[in-house]
Design a protein. Structure first.
Length: 368
């Protein structure tokens, strides 16, 4: 399907455009990457080729239907009540789906979109206020002092720790966590992360973990709420399965272990490919890491390595130079305490700055 026009209210960096040629001419001068995408978007082709982030391996290219991308944009606008002339900020790389979809939303819904460099602190030099933006957790963490500039913010591309959620509770900005992937054209589920009437310890994780609850809102907003036309269920691994013909022609089988709360809600527990079986007990690294964030300043992750007695032994890997740690105060169960700690000068990352756990582990044990 060819999209031969865009919403009449659309603006890019405060500029209005009479036609596609004017928009393309401006984009060519402003950003070759944006120009390339717009050329593709307004072409006769029915699909857009997009790279995955490569979270668990080498990034791959997949084809997304333009009509499905447009539907996703409309669904986001409807969910967040973002109609024409709303101001939005694009601060994510245009090379990946999250950045592309900010542009598609603006074109489709008639937003006034500003573009800044996809830095780790995108609000640092800004003073203008915006109705909406999207960030990754690192950008959110670094932008807290200036989040008053943003009315509504979605965060994806990584785990938002309880420590970070605590920091955003008093802010006026409405912050939402998103669940999705390139294959589902960004998010298919949303959950509220702050501005709760009551913020206290309670969670469905207590059912999973028995011995401990985690910091969590008590209402329905505790969990991911799926968007319209989406069906979810679990496979035999307890991993999420997604059906939504509006954004994907195929059933999407994920590697994300979940607790299914209802037909429309779920809680994310961690990656199936990260699960550690230690002495017959299945440990989810993401849950353990969430408890360790307040005790470790550097980037880190936990993983399992082969062990004769336990099958897999839990270890902690920290980026940077060796330092003294006091993790005994962390709210960890006995079998969740790392048996060994390793320090690595620099983690191996994907193109989108996600840690490649397995490749980083290989670095360690080549040295050992």
């Amino acid at each position: 399907m060819k999209y031969s026009t865009f919403h009449k209210a659309f603006k890019l960096n405060s500029n209005s455009f009479n036609n596609i040629d004017d928009l393309l001419a401006y984009a060519l001068h402003f950003s070759p990457e944006i120009h390339h995408f717009l050329e593709d978007w307004f072409s006769e082709k029915e699909v857009v080729v997009v790279k995955t982030s490569g979270s668990t391996g080498t990034p791959k290219s997949i084809q997304l239907q333009k009509k499905q991308m447009r539907y996703s944009a409309l669904a986001t606008g409807d969910f967040f009540q973002l109609n024409e002339k709303k101001t939005a900020l694009l601060c994510l790389p245009i090379a990946y789906i999250a950045g592309k979809m900010m542009l598609v939303r603006a074109l489709t819904l008639g937003w006034h979109l500003d573009v800044v460099n996809a830095s780790s602190n995108p609000l640092k030099t800004l003073s203008r206020k915006y109705d909406f933006t999207a960030m990754v957790p690192l950008q959110l963490e670094n932008s807290i002092d200036k989040l008053y500039l943003i009315k509504k913010l979605i965060v994806g591309g990584g785990f938002v720790s309880n420590d970070l959620q605590e920091k955003i509770q008093p802010l006026s900005t409405e912050v939402f966590g998103t669940y999705g992937m390139t294959e589902t054209i960004t998010h298919i589920a949303i959950k509220k992360l702050n501005r709760f009437p009551v913020w206290r310890a309670s969670s469905l994780k207590s059912i999973f973990r028995k011995e401990r609850v985690s910091l969590r809102n008590t209402g329905d907003n505790s969990f991911y709420q799926i968007l319209p036309n989406t069906t979810i269920y679990k496979d035999e691994r307890n991993c999420l399965v997604i059906e939504n013909s509006k954004v994907s022609n195929e059933v999407v089988f994920t590697n994300d272990v979940i607790t299914l709360i209802s037909d429309t809600q779920f809680e994310w527990l961690g990656r199936f490919d990260n699960v550690i079986n230690s002495g017959g007990i299945k440990l989810h690294p993401e849950i353990i890491e969430d408890e360790l964030y307040k005790f470790i300043q550097q980037r880190f992750f936990v993983a399992g390595i082969p062990d004769d007695k336990l099958g897999e032994k839990l270890i902690l890997i920290i980026e940077g130079s060796s330092s003294l740690l006091d993790i005994q105060k962390a709210n960890l169960l006995r079998f969740e305490i790392p048996k060994e700690i390793y320090f690595v000068e620099k983690f191996i990352e994907t193109a989108t700055k996600k840690i490649q756990r397995k490749r980083t582990l290989d670095l360690i044990f080549i040295k050992v």
